[in-house]
Design a protein around this ligand. Structure first.
Ligand SMILES: Cc1cc2nc3c(=O)[nH]c(=O)nc-3n(C[C@H](O)[C@H](O)[C@H](O)COP(=O)(O)OP(=O)(O)OC[C@H]3O[C@@H](n4cnc5c(N)ncnc54)[C@H](O)[C@@H]3O)c2cc1C
Length: 365
């Protein structure tokens, strides 16, 4: 029986950790390591070293399981094979698709060519190095006032003498938080010298200049953090996708007509029980991965599958040594307690995935 997982991010790795106790698993990932996306802003600011936010996958995937470091370029759903960039293909009986998401440029091709993006460890190092190479007083424009854009703005402000402008199309920052917490984040960023421009949508772009309706905003470096869409692998394969390019799935995470395939994490179009769209987030990605890890063995034992119900129990963001977050429906935390709470969650995740040795090595570094 071939169980193939594509993508070793939060969702794919969770599926792998759970499945490896029950079945032989092949994990296919572009890089030989898993990285903690939520800590990429700290890599940009230099407060975390790259090796402290990554776990080598060969520590996790050991015989009889198999790690393949390559990129999936296509899926033959009828022959049940995944094509690989370096040639050849991998067969599967059950496929767990967890390729995550890519930046959404809303048709602005110039932005796709010009802008830096923060998506993985390599891109974090690229931003860190390019920011370091800018002269003091250079203009950095960050587009997108969600989690990524706000955390990144604060991280860059910590290390660089650049003038930073954060542009957000909506009326407030991190709209997943309550309005008073959005205001808190705005005050925090403004206090760090960051100019926040809300309700200003990017309508065009020329090299060195962003067009915001009738206004022009010059920049020396542009960072794009204005949302994501499902990985292209999904739509290119012919899977049904929603407007954000995420695969349509049923309550058991199967795309229509393919009970042998599961789609998990940011790649899946998920909804909360109240019908609201699940935003891209690591928490639900991990839940969906573990869910497949428990349900596939159940199914193979003829015990049937249970429906997947996503739950967002909280959401935290950090800006230097300060943070902000929502716990459950009403609880909120700000300042240093919020910072430590997020670090605690990340530490727990690192322990679950990397084990005690990884944590000790990190503490010792
Ligand atoms: C800077 C930043 C900060 C964030 N902060 C938070 C936060 O504080 N809290 C939160 O909940 N969420 C946060 N998020 C969002 C969170 O990181 C994502 O929702 C989460 O990573 C989704 O997990 P995933 O497993 O679906 O995809 P990913 O974690 O993106 O993993 C996808 C994996 O698949 C691999 N892959 C992709 N395509 C292929 C292919 N064709 N072949 C082989 N491998 C492939 C990739 O290399 C990657 O390893 C943040 C995101 C960013 C960028």
């Amino acid at each position: 029986m071939e169980v193939l997982i594509v993508g070793a991010g939060y969702a794919g790795l969770a599926a792998c950790l759970e499945l490896r106790d029950h079945l032989d698993v092949t994990l296919l990932n572009e890089e030989p390591y898993h990285y903690f996306t939520t800590q990429l802003p700290e890599v940009v600011s230099g407060s975390e070293a790259p090796e402290d936010v990554r776990i080598d996958l060969d520590r996790i995937v050991r015989a009889p399981h198999r790690l393949v470091v390559d990129r999936a370029t296509g899926i033959d759903l009828s022959r049940q094979r995944i094509a690989l960039a370096e040639g050849g293909s991998l067969p599967y009986d059950y496929l767990v698709l967890a390729p995550g998401a890519v930046p959404e440029f809303y048709g602005l091709g110039e932005a796709a060519r010009e802008a830096l993006v923060l998506t993985d460890l390599n891109s974090a190092l690229r931003i860190r190095d390019q920011v370091a190479a800018l002269p003091s007083g250079a203009r950095i424009v960050i587009v997108g006032g969600g989690l990524t854009g706000t955390e990144l703005a604060a991280a860059i402000a910590e290390t660089s003498g650049a003038r930073i402008t954060l542009v957000e199309a909506g009326p407030r920052l991190i709209p997943l938080l309550a309005p008073e917490l959005s205001d808190y984040v705005e005050d925090l960023l403004t206090g760090k010298g960051i100019e926040v421009r809300k309700e200003q949508a990017v309508t065009g772009l020329r090299p060195g200049e962003l067009i915001l309706g009738t206004q022009r905003l010059p920049y020396d470096a542009l960072v794009w953090a204005a949302g994501v869409r499902g990985a292209p692998l999904l739509s290119e394969t012919g899977l049904k996708v929603d407007r954000q390019g995420r695969a349509t799935v049923d309550q058991f995470l199967h795309p229509p007509g393919h009970p042998e395939v599961y789609v998990v994490g940011d790649a899946a179009a998920l909804r909360f029980p109240d019908g609201q769209v699940v935003p891209p987030n690591a928490q639900v990605a991990v839940q969906s991965g573990y869910w497949v890890g428990r349900n596939l063995p159940r199914r193979l034992r003829n015990q049937g599958e249970l429906p997947f119900v996503p739950r967002l129990r909280g959401l935290f963001a950090t800006f230097g040594r300060e943070g902000v977050g929502r716990l459950g429906e009403r609880g909120t935390l700000t300042g240093l307690p919020a910072y430590w709470f997020k670090r605690l969650i990340e530490g727990h995740y690192a322990l679950e995935t990397g084990g005690l040795l990884f944590i000790l090595k990190r503490l010792h570094a």
